[in-house]
Design a protein around this ligand. Structure first.
Ligand code: PXL
Length: 266
């Protein structure tokens, strides 16, 4: 039986914990066939990002068209997009091919604070990609950059979600993981329905790739035909296990782990 397919339009992490590597292992863990349009090659390890080289925008476009025209895409997500030129090319291409529901994770920087976007490119994600998105999944740093709102409590989280909806996506998920407290509360809304998703906060420093893993888990469920609220609820459960079972690797920040899905892990 041919499994559902999901396309990630994102960058490579040489450390294997974030970017397309996180997406592919998450798709695999969901029984979804992963397709890739590579946007950039980062040079990094657990200590941080040393730099990146972007892929020419026409090559990004060609990758999307190649897989969409032949294999079919049941759902897609964007991660690191590197430049405004790539963002514009991706937006134009997504108008020309069928990719199913689109999750836009507005990746701006690595957790260690290194820029993964050239200047002015976040603005291009907002204007070019958000209106085409089924769901956007900013963390609180990205919410701050996009709206100027500093989220610190449920009221400001809701205000930020409503400000983000104005940019044109169908749904917004404001992830609360970077707030403090013993729980992580994410807010999902389409402006009519408001779903507050609460989960435990795990004590670990090894959270590299967490955002990518959550967005690609949601994309996996969308590829299987789930509704956005169901896909987000399942994605939250999935990332909680991945954070709980994250592991140290290298001297810095280790990756979250989807290995818990495997039947035998000796
Ligand atoms: O986690 C955001 C992210 C996305 N994509 C790539 C990355 C990172 C973080 O380091 O390296 C390629």
């Amino acid at each position: 039986m041919t499994p559902p397919t999901a396309l990630t339009i994102a960058g490579s992490d040489s450390g294997g914990g974030a970017g397309i590597q996180a997406d592919l292992r998450t798709f695999f863990a969901h029984g979804v066939h992963g397709l890739v349009a590579l946007t950039a090659v980062t040079v990094q390890n657990s200590l941080g990002v040393q730099g990146f080289t972007e892929i020419p925008a026409d090559v990004v476009t060609a990758q999307i068209k190649a897989v969409a025209s032949d294999m079919g895409v049941n759902a897609a997500k964007t991660g690191m997009l590197a430049t405004a030129e790539i963002i514009r090319a991706v937006a134009k291409t997504l108008d020309e091919v069928e990719v199913g529901p689109l999750v836009v994770d507005p990746v701006a920087a690595s957790m260690t604070g290194h820029a993964l976007l050239r200047e002015d490119a976040l603005e291009a994600i907002r204007t070019e990609l958000f209106p085409r998105a089924t769901l956007i999944t900013p963390n609180l740093d990205e919410v701050g950059l996009l709206t100027g709102i500093s989220v610190s409590d449920p009221a400001s989280q809701r205000a930020a979600a409503e400000a983000l909806l104005e940019f044109g996506s169908r749904w917004v998920l404001v992830k609360g993981g970077h707030m403090t407290g013993s729980t992580c509360v994410d807010l999902l809304t389409d402006g009519r329905e408001y779903v507050s998703l609460s989960g435990p906060r795990f004590e670990t420093d090894n959270t590299h790739g967490g955002g990518d893993t959550m967005a690609s888990a949601i994309t996996s469920s969308l590829a299987k035909g789930a509704s956005v609220p169901d896909a987000v609820a399942a994605g939250k459960k999935f990332i909680e296990r991945c954070v709980a079972e994250s592991y140290p690797l290298g001297a810095g920040v280790g990756p979250v782990s989807p290995f818990w899905v495997l039947p035998d892990r000796r």
